[in-house]
Structure formats: structure tokens, C-alpha cells
Design a protein. Structure first.
Length: 377
């Protein structure tokens, strides 16, 4: 990695030669300005106002604008001879716990690389001292024309430095918080805690820039002469009328989403079979063959009344016919019960045996009554 600054860390009487390297990089998609009518590039040219001509970078210097508008030239030599110790030195001024640093103060991050073999021993000494103390170093350094505040901490086997804003550069949050007294109930806090616990944690390495990916897809599609992908329509969020209901729905949705990701096929099948088990146990008595055998026997009895009187032998035949019809009805009930028994419940087997006994007893009693009526006639 290319260094952007060379200097030394001043650690008491110890001096550690280091190089400053950028610790972060931007992956954002950059655009150019063009003329919309013909697609020509729009460029910024550096023009001298007095001569009204474009100048090169070598002709450009620095100057301070005074209150009356006059320019006071400042050269790089003037800045290098500033009477401060931080011109080329990162001066450590204190060691404090890391939680003393307000994240609002943190800015750009840099890696401090040891410059040369002589810097290896003191560099390692400072790194191990920071590790063992569980503290960070507060330092002052000069970069890009001004003195800055920094925080040194250990990252892996390296020392990193975060640029810090000066305390007076952090604005107070005045007028940001809601005005008026707002009361939050314990039940609402409990639901908020439950929602946070349900959502759980996340590995930050799994997060990525979806906006950049979408922009790259649009650029690739237009470069290939294709139609850019259309945006997905998202449902507009409704108004929150009841905070408790919104929290409860959020907790429920988060749990269902997590359960759906963790549950396997066997669990889903078991959940779907529960309603069918209850329904089939209620319908089992209704699907017995008793009623069917009774109605069949009644029809055959009415038909036999219209015929002439027959012998006792025929009555016995009628009894066997009625019994066979009841057994046929029982067989149909048994077939229906077997289909239900495939779902594997013991209640259905009990309902099947009850249906058979009911069908047999009903058929026999109907045949006996028919025979007795014919004898009396």
C-alpha cells in the first residue's frame, strides 16, 4: 500500500519511524458530468482571473484570503517550518480507556507501518503495551496543512490510527430530541427487548452494498443495449396507530421468519397434519356404515311388503340378504376408515371397530323385525 505521510511516533523518549497508509477505500460507483444534448464531457478548468487563461498545476500555489479580500501567499516551506512538534511527528499525549472516546469524534482511519528494521522493536513494544493495558493512545499530528487529533489502537498485529475531531467541532444535539414529555410503559419496553432478542445479531461481513450492485446492473444493461431492470414494488408502510400492536406484530413476524429458516421439511409436515387429525377424529363416527345399512334394509323391506307372502325359508334368505347388505355397508365404511387410518391415529381405528359393530347390530335388528311382521301377517 502506498504511504501518504512519513514521520515518527513520539512515545516519551522513544521515537518510532512510521509510514501512514490509508486503512479504508471507497467502492462507490463514480459518475462523470456530461452535456445531455450531445454527451460531451463537462470539465473544470483552472483559470487565472487576472490573465483569463488556463494554468497548469505547477503554477498553482496556496494563499490565505484576508478579511479585505487580499491574498497572502503561503508556501510549503512556510508550513514545514511551523514552530510545533507535530509537523512530522505523531505525539502521544495520553492513554485512556477506549469507551472514553465519543464515536461522533471518529473520522478517517489509517494504518501505521513500521519504517525500516530499526522501528520493528519499538513498534512491537507500543503495540503490546496497548494490548495489555486495554487502553488507546491519544495523539496529536499535523496532516494536510493543519494539526489534528488522533486515537491509536491495536488491530490484529498492526497499530491503527483514527483521526478525531476536536471536542469543539462536535455539535450539541440541541432541538433534535422530541419535545414534551413522552411516557414509555414497561410492557412496551419488554416487547422492544423481545424484538431485539428475536432479531438477534448479525455478522457484519455478511453485509454488502446493494445500492452499488444495483447501479452496476443498470450500467451493464445499458452498455449491452438492454432494458435496465425495473425496481421492485414495495408495500407502503401503514400508519402506526397502536405501538403495542405494532411491536407484537413485529415480534411475531420476526419469530415466524426465523422459525421458517431453521425448520426442516419434517417439522412443516407435522404442522400441516395437525388440523387434519382433529377433523378426521370428529368425522369418524359420521362416516360409519350404520346409516347406510339401515336405509338399504328399509328399502328392501318396503319392496318385500309389496310381494306375496313367502315361506319361512325365504324369510331366512331375507335375513342373510339383509346381513350381507349390512356387511357390504360395513365394508365400505371399513375402506373409508382405512384411508383415514393411513394418517396414523389410534382414535380412527376405534371409530372403525365401533362402526362395524353398529352396522351389524342395526342390520340384524332390522331383519328380525321384518321376519316377525311377516309371521304375524
Amino acid at each position: 500500500m502506498r504511504s501518504i505521510w512519513n514521520g515518527a511516533i513520539s512515545f516519551g523518549l522513544v521515537s518510532i519511524p512510521i509510514k501512514l497508509v490509508n486503512a479504508t477505500e471507497s467502492h462507490a460507483v463514480s459518475f462523470r458530468q456530461i452535456h445531455t444534448e450531445d454527451g460531451g464531457r463537462i470539465r473544470y478548468r483552472k483559470v487565472c482571473e487576472l490573465e483569463d487563461r488556463e494554468v497548469t498545476q505547477a503554477e498553482i500555489g496556496k494563499a490565505y484570503e484576508d478579511a479585505d479580500g487580499s491574498m497572502i501567499p503561503i508556501t510549503d516551506e512556510d508550513l514545514s517550518q511551523l514552530p510545533i512538534p507535530t509537523a512530522r511527528t505523531i505525539e502521544i499525549v495520553a492513554f485512556v480507556p477506549e469507551d472514553r472516546i465519543d464515536p461522533l469524534q471518529m473520522g478517517s482511519a489509517y494504518y501505521l507501518a513500521a519504517s525500516g528494521a530499526p522501528a520493528a522493536k519499538p513498534y512491537t513494544l507500543l503495540r503490546e503495551a496497548l494490548k495489555r493495558s486495554n487502553r488507546v493512545a491519544i495523539a496529536k499530528f499535523a496532516l494536510r496543512g493543519r494539526e489534528r487529533l488522533g486515537m491509536l489502537r491495536v488491530v490484529g498485529d498492526a497499530i491503527a490510527m483514527h483521526g478525531l475531531l476536536w471536542p469543539d467541532e462536535v455539535r450539541a444535539p440541541e432541538g433534535v430530541a422530541p419535545e414534551g414529555g413522552v411516557t414509555v410503559r414497561d410492557q412496551e419496553l419488554d416487547l422492544a427487548d423481545a424484538l431485539m432478542d428475536t432479531l438477534g445479531e448479525i455478522d457484519l461481513d455478511d453485509l454488502h452494498d446493494e445500492y452499488r450492485e444495483a447501479v452496476e446492473e443498470v450500467v451493464a444493461a445499458k452498455a449491452a443495449g438492454e432494458r435496465p431492470p425495473e425496481a421492485r414494488e414495495e408495500a407502503a408502510p401503514g400508519k402506526v396507530l397502536d405501538l403495542m400492536a405494532a411491536l407484537e406484530n413485529s415480534v411475531r413476524a420476526a419469530r415466524e421468519s426465523r422459525d421458517g429458516e431453521e425448520a426442516g421439511p419434517a417439522e412443516e409436515a407435522e404442522v400441516r397434519s395437525l388440523p387434519q387429525r382433529k377433523t378426521s377424529s370428529r368425522r369418524a363416527p359420521k362416516e360409519t356404515g350404520g346409516k347406510k345399512s339401515t336405509s338399504t334394509a328399509a328399502k328392501k323391506t318396503a319392496a318385500k311388503k309389496a310381494e306375496p307372502k313367502k315361506s319361512t325359508a325365504k324369510s331366512g334368505t331375507a335375513r342373510s340378504t339383509s346381513t350381507s347388505s349390512s356387511r357390504a355397508g360395513s365394508a365400505s365404511a371399513s375402506a373409508s376408515a382405512k384411508k383415514t387410518a393411513a394418517k396414523g391415529t389410534a382414535k380412527k381405528a376405534a371409530g372403525r371397530s365401533t362402526a362395524k359393530e353398529t352396522a351389524k347390530s342395526t342390520g340384524r335388528s332390522t331383519a328380525k323385525k321384518t321376519a316377525s311382521r311377516r309371521r304375524s301377517a
